[in-house]
Each structure stands twice: as structure tokens, then as C-alpha cells.
Design a binder for this molecule. Structure first.
Ligand code: F6P
Length: 345
């Protein structure tokens, strides 16, 4: 009988529990035991574990968050912490690890692999920016929530003749802002990919007003968007050296109010996009990824991330995907451009 380990690294997203469930149930069907590490890789470093039985996961497919907890800890950058991880792995007789994470967690997994661990990654993030896979767990739900937020903000903007600026998440790229912006029928979408010219933002709003004859205008801004030639950053440094984004929606709203005189409001939908039950599509994706990863790990394969490629599951070497960002699909951008919503750059 083999013991395999599982952890959820990085930020949470809807669908993590569905993936954990899928790993535990499929491992059972192959006569393997699953040890859960708490709070990402920090549970491996600090030997904080929980045994996962069928009864622990049977009813969690619809639950948001992660029953294991999440953290972005990377113990493999320090020899001392790496050694602690290896001791934990040995202590629990762990044959191999399933790491559910985003870009940087795949980087941590790759470091772990270089230390000799057998690892298979499962991609997750509401940002959908993990390199090498068409889609990540959590994205579909986040698009659904952001679209619903746009739908709701649209009706109040309409009633009051207001410009409504909606800030979505999306650290490096605009998957979420573009997808929800198109689905929510936004007038203007501003993404983190390129620096925006404030004059173009104002002109775009005036043009929308002139062409449509209405004052209510819906603008979707990805949290990572930045102005051209602007030293004021919309980032806050964190003690762990990372940065927290936020504030660009407010700055865009202030710019529009100042320069056009339109009554303008901002709504930052933030962590709402990460919480709550996963969509059926995310539950299905998580279940598919989980079964695939577990079967392969127990059969002796490792060193890759499971990826969706046009609906088929494939293996992407951890080395290829580690710390890389997947850009927004040009086809999606083309649709947004054809709808004249992406013209501030
Ligand atoms: O990586 C996913 C993400 O949702 C980003 O879009 C966002 O910048 C970040 O997480 C925020 O995470 P936290 O508030 O947990 O640090």
C-alpha cells in the first residue's frame, strides 16, 4: 500500500475541495492512503498533517476554500527548511505528493522535485494564468461571480445615470477582466497587460457617451492595470516580500469624475471572486485533474503538472511551467476589440 501526500498551495479558489475529494476517492480505489498537509508547503516543513479518509471528503465537492488551508510558503529556498520537509516526508512514508497550486507553487513543486520528491501538480487559480494549461480550477466560478457583479452594478448605474468602475482580480494578466467584461457586456475593459494612457481612458468614456447618448457606462478594470508614466503604484508591499494589489479602480474612477464631470462610482469585487461554492464546470475539472494525477502518481509517474489541452488531459513538465505566466488568449482579445471595448492603450 502506498501513502501519497496532498496540499493546496498559494491563494485559495473555488474547486480545491473538489480536487482533494477526487484525489482521496481515486486513491482509495487504488488501495492507497492520502495524507493531507496543512497550509500548503508549510505543513510539510512543520509536519502538520491530517489523514484523509473517504468520510472526510465525501461531502465537500460543493464547498469553497480548502479543508487543508492554503499558504504561499516555499521551504525549498532554505537548506534547513528543505531538510525539515524531507524528514516529514520520510516520517509519513510518503511515496509522492500532489500539489494543487498556481504559477509560483508550480515553481516550489519544481524545487521539491529537484530535491528528490516525486510530485504531480494540479493547476488552480481564479486568474487562469498558469502556463501550459488551457484552464485552471477556479476560473469558471470567478468569471461567473464577476459577471453577476457586473450585471447587478449595471442596473444601479443605469438607474442613476452613473459611470460604474468595477475592479476585478487578475494579478498579472486580464483573463478575468476580459472574460467577465465580455460576458457582462461592459463598455470598456482595462487589463494589466499594457500601460494605459489616462487621456485615452477619458476619451473612450466621452466617445461611449457621445455614440450611445447615455451617461451610464460600465468599465471593468483588472487589479493589475497601471497608468502610463505613473510613479504612484497601486501596490502594497507585504512582510513576505510579495506585493498586494488594489486601488486602480478608484484611481480610474477619480480620473473619469475629474475629467468628464460624470457621476462615477467604483466597486472592488475582490475576494468575493475567490470564495463560495465552485461552479459545476470547476467541480468537473477538479475531479478530472484529481483522478488523472492520482492514477499516474500511484502508477509511478511524476515530475509534471496535469494540463487541459483542448479538452484532453496532458502532462506538462514542472520545469516548463514553473513560475511562468500564461497570456490571455488572443482570440478572446480579438472578440473584445471587435466589440470596441479595449481601446485605451
Ligand atoms: O492569484 C490569485 C489572486 O486572486 C490575485 O488575482 C490577487 O492579486 C491575489 O490572489 C490576492 O491574494 P491575497 O489577497 O490572498 O494575497
Amino acid at each position: 500500500m502506498k501513502n501519497i501526500g496532498i496540499l493546496t498551495a498559494g491563494g485559495d479558489c473555488p474547486g480545491l475541495n473538489a480536487a482533494i475529494r477526487s484525489v482521496v476517492l481515486s486513491a482509495k480505489s487504488m488501495n492507497a492512503e492520502v495524507v493531507g498537509f496543512l497550509d500548503g508547503f508549510s505543513g510539510v516543513k512543520n509536519n502538520r498533517t491530517t489523514n484523509l479518509a473517504t468520510s472526510d471528503v465525501e461531502w465537500i465537492i460543493d464547498r469553497g476554500g480548502s479543508i487543508l488551508g492554503c499558504s504561499g510558503s516555499n521551504p525549498f529556498n532554505s537548506l534547513e527548511d528543505s531538510n525539515k520537509c524531507m524528514q516529514t516526508i520520510k516520517k509519513h512514508n510518503i511515496y509522492g505528493l500532489i500539489v494543487i497550486g498556481g504559477n509560483s507553487s508550480m515553481g516550489t513543486a519544481y524545487l521539491g522535485q529537484q530535491k528528490g520528491l516525486k510530485i504531480i501538480g494540479i493547476p488552480k487559480t481564479i486568474d487562469n494564468d498558469v502556463y501550459g494549461t488551457d484552464v485552471t480550477i477556479g476560473f469558471d466560478t470567478a468569471v461567473q461571480i464577476a459577471t453577476e457583479a457586473i450585471d447587478r452594478l449595471k442596473t444601479t448605474a443605469q438607474s442613476h445615470d452613473r459611470v460604474m468602475v468595477i475592479e476585478t482580480m487578475g494579478r498579472d494578466v486580464g483573463w478575468l477582466s476580459v472574460a467577465a467584461g465580455i460576458a457582462g457586456g461592459a463598455d470598456l475593459i482595462i487589463t494589466p497587460e499594457k500601460l494605459m494612457d489616462p487621456r485615452n481612458v477619458v476619451q473612450a468614456v466621452i466617445k461611449i457617451h457621445e455614440n450611445s447618448g447615455r451617461n451610464y457606462i460600465i468599465i471593468v478594470v483588472g487589479e493589475g492595470a497601471k497608468f502610463l508614466n505613473d510613479s504612484k503604484q497601486t501596490e502594497i508591499s507585504r512582510p513576505d516580500g510579495a506585493t498586494r494589489l488594489g486601488g486602480i479602480g478608484t484611481r480610474v474612477a477619480e480620473l473619469i469624475a475629474d475629467q468628464t464631470g460624470f457621476d462615477t462610482r467604483v466597486s472592488v469585487i475582490g475576494h468575493l471572486q475567490r470564495g463560495g461554492p465552485p461552479s459545476p464546470r470547476d467541480r468537473l475539472l477538479a475531479s478530472r485533474f484529481g483522478v488523472y494525477a492520482t492514477k499516474r502518481l500511484i502508477s509511478g509517474e511524476s515530475g509534471f503538472m496535469v494540463a487541459d489541452n483542448g479538452g484532453n488531459l496532458i502532462n506538462q513538465p514542472l520545469e516548463t511551467v514553473a513560475n511562468k505566466v500564461k497570456k490571455v488568449d488572443p482570440q478572446l482579445l480579438k472578440i473584445a476589440r471587435s466589440l470596441e471595448t479595449l481601446d485605451v492603450y
